[in-house]
Design a protein around this ligand. Sequence first.
Ligand code: NDP
Length: 291
Amino acid sequence: SGSDVSVLGLGAMGRELARALLDAGHRVTVWNRTAARAEPLVDKGALAAGSPAEAVGASPLTVVCLLDEDSVLDVLDGVELAGRDVVDLTNGTPGQARRVAELVRARGGGYLDGGIMAVPPMIGGPHAFLYYSGSERVFREYRALLDAFGAGHYKGADPGAAALWDVALLSAMYGMFGGVLHAFALVRSAGIDAREVAGDVGTWLAAMGAAAPEYARRIDTGDHTGDVVSNLGMQAAGIRNVLATAEEQGVSTALLSPLADFMRLRLAGGDHATEDLTGLVQLLAPGAELA
Ligand code: NDP
């Protein structure tokens, strides 16, 4: 008996990971705190384990995808890991990933951390990708198996690295979704359905997102002033109109006003009206004085 890979955690994401492994032809053992969630996977050929220890013991590799790293520490508590490899795809901070790595290694296991850049229906599809960091040996040994989830990008031996890349992308996403929610609230305040503007919002975000490499160049080189097409003085006036329009319409400015505050702060801090929006990173850098 035994299986190729075990999966701990069968929430919305974990069960897609298990399904992708089954679809790729692997023998899969699954475990979930709420046991009933294993049933649809058992119907597809998975073996159900009665405990995390049993699941880890069934396969050389265990993929973990739980709510947060605290649940991972709970679930791995007391589990024999010597000679086993763990790929932890649970979202967390770099520091949390390093703590889980330390625990797994102290018990003789190999540890690869990962961040999933996909929602569950994307798993195994062409747009899913994952960041990995930690044991390069584990990454190489199981690369073909892990490819069932999406393309893998290895970010180095520091187990915290994948979480940093993951959280960077999530940070950009949440900034974007905050704006999208505000935009929809604004049009709805005028009696327009969100779906009427949704297509244009998507087109606009794709066009504006294309500026990321140019922003990155400015931020890496510190050149915030050469060839500026949208200067900060103009943008500060523009975002004042964004906030004033929300106020006219009775829509909350709570999600967007912090960015306007940052523009004001940057302008107040010196001769920055002709630079690009990218100068605002100076206010975000570690140790920046905000007061
Ligand atoms: P769900 O809420 O659907 O599932 C959570 C899972 O964690 C369940 O299996 C749950 O078990 C288990 N769990 C929670 N707390 C504990 C605990 N203390 N002990 C044991 N098991 C526990 O979340 P998702 O599956 O969507 O997310 C899982 C991970 O994947 C998260 O870290 C998330 O950030 C990440 N992720 C999710 C994405 C998404 O869009 N869904 C996208 C990218 C990453 P039970 O069934 O018993 O409640």
